[in-house]
Design a protein around this ligand. Structure first.
Ligand code: PEP
Ligand code: MN
Length: 298
């Protein structure tokens, strides 16, 4: 990539200059400015973006083979095409459950393969990448807390596995776009933005789903944008309303936490919907997609 010849800071420091502004975007590859058409990301045969909406669902964390088998069956039965689950969990406290690790990845792969579902899982540590590739993880999730882990971003930029890039909990849109540019500049353009709620003064809910970010990102980038209603609201009863809002606002998909038995979830139990609620949600979203002239779950 060509380096900028005119440095904003250099010009701004000159006498008589109040402000120096770039009139082209600092993010090149992800910007719509240079790529007008919507990019459609192909996740193991399932398209996300353009006219296609995809729902991704599954538990917050991988727990046991039985839990993963039940979850995979529920995902399939609801007509959802992609499954999520974390084998490595970024937890606020080092004393809480940290995920079952590589063993979990194995359980996840087996349960999902039995139902023919591609898998989405979070990469916390760059040292785990080879194992993720060996297990043929279909989509690598970069979590909120890692959005500006630049070394991690660079590494996933060198492969061609699709990446879901979650927004940092206090990240601005431009920081988020620049984080995506780190991945894209390495050659991997298969990036999906995921708005998962931002931190504000409000304490009633876990985070605030920034629905406004959806049209803004759709304007700024050609890449798909999905929302995570689970980590936004933090409560299962809010998931359907936030999901409908996200899809109505133009999101290209959802990342939703669903557990075969939410009360027993080892992680994020409050926000997990159950298999019946996932079915109901899919039927509501199918109607919304139809009104918008979009396909859901191809
Ligand atoms: C998750 O998806 O389970 C997760 C940890 O999400 P976030 O990075 O958005 O907190
Ligand atoms: Mn979670």
């Amino acid at each position: 990539m060509r380096k900028r010849l005119l440095d904003e800071e250099l010009l701004a420091s000159l006498p008589g200059v109040e402000q120096a502004l770039h009139i082209v975007k600092p993010y090149k590859i992800v910007a719509r400015e240079w790529h007008e058409e919507d990019s459609v990301i192909n996740v193991s045969g399932h398209p996300i973006g353009g006219k296609d909406i995809q729902i991704i669902s599954g538990p917050c964390s991988v727990e046991t083979p039985d839990q993963m088998q039940k979850a995979a069956k529920a995902v399939k039965a609801a007509g959802v095409k992609l499954m999520r689950g974390g084998a490595f969990k970024p937890r606020t406290s080092p004393y809480t459950f940290q995920g079952v690790g590589f063993e979990g990845l194995e359980m996840f792969r087996e349960a999902a393969d039995a139902e023919g579902l591609p898998i989405v899982t979070e990469l916390l540590d760059v040292r785990h990448l080879d194992k993720f590739l060996e297990k043929k993880v279909d989509v690598i999730q970069i979590g909120t807390r890692s959005m500006q882990n630049f070394e991690l971003l660079r590494e996933v930029g060198k492969i061609n596995v699709p990446v879901i890039l979650k927004r940092g909990m206090s990240a601005t849109i431009s920081e988020w776009l620049m984080a995506a540019e780190y991945i894209a500049s390495g050659g991997n353009h298969n990036i999906i933005f995921c708005e998962r709620g931002i931190r504000t003064f409000e304490t009633y809910y876990r985070n605030v789903l920034d629905v406004t970010a959806i049209p803004v990102l759709k304007k700024e980038t050609h890449l798909p944008v999905i929302i995570d209603p689970s980590h936004a609201g933090g409560k299962a009863w809010m998931v359907a309303a936030l999901s409908r809002a996200g899809i109505a606002a133009g999101a290209d998909g959802l990342l939703v936490e669903m557990h075969p038995n939410p009360c027993e979830a080892w992680c994020d139990a409050d926000q997990a919907i159950n298999p019946d609620e996932l079915k109901q949600l899919m039927s509501e979203l199918t109607s919304i997609a139809q009104i918008l002239g979009r396909n859901i779950g191809r």
